[in-house]
Every structure is written in C-alpha cells, then in structure tokens.
Ligand binder design. Structure first.
Ligand SMILES: [Zn+2]
Length: 276
C-alpha cells in the first residue's frame, strides 16, 4: 500500500518527461492514459514475470517493465520469489539508468531510470521477529530465503526498513491521523527544488565526484561513515549512496550542510537487513 502511494508524493513529470514516457508506452504497445498525463508511472510486475517482460526483448526488442517505469516506480512485491536471473539484470540499469537489449539481428537501447521499491517477508512464513512467536522457520530456512536476494542487489537499495506488524485497530486509528500524499508532496517538491538549484540535478543523479562536493562531511563524520561501512560490511558503492541519502534528508530539513544526524539516519537505513 505504501509503495503504491509513492507516485502521489513524487513531483509531476515535466512536459518533456511525460512525452518520453508516452513514447516508451507507444513503442511497448501500451495505450496512453491521458488522465494520468505527467503522473509518474507505477509498475508492479508479478514475480512470475520473465526476464523479457521485465527488461525488454523479443524478436524486435521492445521495452520491458523497467522502461515503462522510467522516471517512476518499479515495485517488486515478495522480492525473493522473483527469478534470481531476472533480479540480477536489474543491477546494470539501476546504475546507468538505461538498458541495452541485444538480439541476433537487432540492438535497442531504452531509458530505464526507475525508482526500485521492493517488499519481502522476514522469513517464508512471514512471522520471524513477531513478538507473538508464531514463526516456526529454522535459522537455515531463513538464511536460504534471504540469500535469494543477492548482496550486490541489496547493496544498491539505499533505504531498507523493517516494518513490524501493525494491529488492525491501530491501522484504522492511524488513517484519521495520517498525513495526505498531497501535503507530503509539497515537502518533496521543495527539497527537490533545493537540489536542482544547488547542483542542477536531483541528488540521485549526482556522480560520485559531485557527491563528494555537495555532500561534504566534517572530518569526524567521515570517520564515522567509514567505520559504519566496515561494521556493516558495505562496499565503496554504498559510501556514495549513503551520502546521497544523507544529502536528501538534509534537504528535507532545509539544512545547507549534511550534519551528523542526517548521516546517522542514512546509515540506519542500511541496517535493517544487513544486521540480521
Ligand atoms: Zn517464519
């Protein structure tokens, strides 16, 4: 439910981006819904989706789900259930923002700069960590289940959060008190505008060199980050990714500098799966 709300808090597409999305849909043979013009796409392919359906292909290579999700959200529910080979081909477009599909006679390149959102259970039965103690999975079963999602893919997921079970009564009470997507979007748009003014692009698109320039840390925070990477067994890639997230947290708070609290929060988002 949270994932499907994400397009509602993202800034609208520009006219040029909306045309680009329409062109991709057209090449893929999908219709264009003008009621959703400038709304960022939300794609949720089922875990039985083939590699071709996911990344594109066919005799005359057509765009797949990752291109239909360009500048929007690709949501993979029950991540470990997807074919591991399908998941592994996501790694390249997650870095580059495009996909090259090669077939014997044809080669095609499609844009694929999507926001990956994925959900998974803590174990096959879904109850691991539940205070009621209903999980009967053995540690080995849990280990094997989680290992279906590779380290290199997890490494590219910047924000990982454990979501504890919510009681039904709490959920219905929460609806009344919750904030609307429209009001969250106002904050997002302001933070994004701040990014565009500073560097001419959103934080997600900063090169590693630009990250070091725009997300400069105090010496003590640099040390803190290096130690955290070491403890969590994270790669050098994660270093820059954590800095981008910290920069965005600072932007949401209208803070010019990336401070210790922003950095700690960004590191925290790496612990949910890494620490178990
Ligand atoms: Zn279980």
């Amino acid at each position: 439910m949270l994932a499907s709300r994400l397009p509602g808090i993202l800034p609208a597409l520009t006219e040029a981006e909306a045309l680009e999305a329409a062109a991709i849909r057209s090449v893929a043979g999908c219709g264009i819904d003008f009621h959703k013009w400038k709304t960022r796409p939300f794609r949720a392919p089922h875990h039985t989706a083939s590699a071709v359906a996911m990344v594109g292909g066919g005799p005359v290579p057509r765009p797949g789900e990752i291109s239909l999700a360009h500048r929007g959200v690709l949501f993979l529910d029950e991540l470990p259930e997807y074919d591991r080979r399908v998941l592994e081909v996501l790694r390249e477009p997650l870095e580059s923002g495009h996909i090259v599909i090669s077939r014997a006679a044809h080669q095609a390149e499609y844009p694929a700069a999507f926001q990956l959102v994925a959900a998974m259970n803590p174990c096959p039965c879904g109850y691991a960590g539940d205070p009621a103690g209903r999980c009967l999975c053995t540690p080995e079963v849990i280990r094997r289940y989680r290992a279906r999602v590779s380290g290199p893919l997890l490494d590219r997921i910047d924000i990982q959060i454990a979501v504890p079970r919510v009681a039904l009564t709490e959920l219905s009470n929460g609806i009344a008190a919750g904030e609307s997507s429209a009001s969250v979007r106002v904050r997002v748009v302001v933070a994004r505008e701040r990014q565009l003014q500073r560097s001419g692009k959103p934080n997600a698109a900063l090169s590693n060199r630009e990250v070091l320039k725009h997300c400069a840390l105090a010496a003590s925070d640099r040390l803190l980050l290096e130690r955290a990477l070491d403890q969590l067994g994270l790669s050098a890639r994660a270093y820059h990714r954590i800095l981008r997230v910290a920069r965005s947290i600072a932007d949401l708070e209208a803070s010019a500098a990336v401070g210790t609290a922003h950095l700690l929060e960004a590191i925290q988002y790496r612990r949910a799966l890494g620490a178990t």
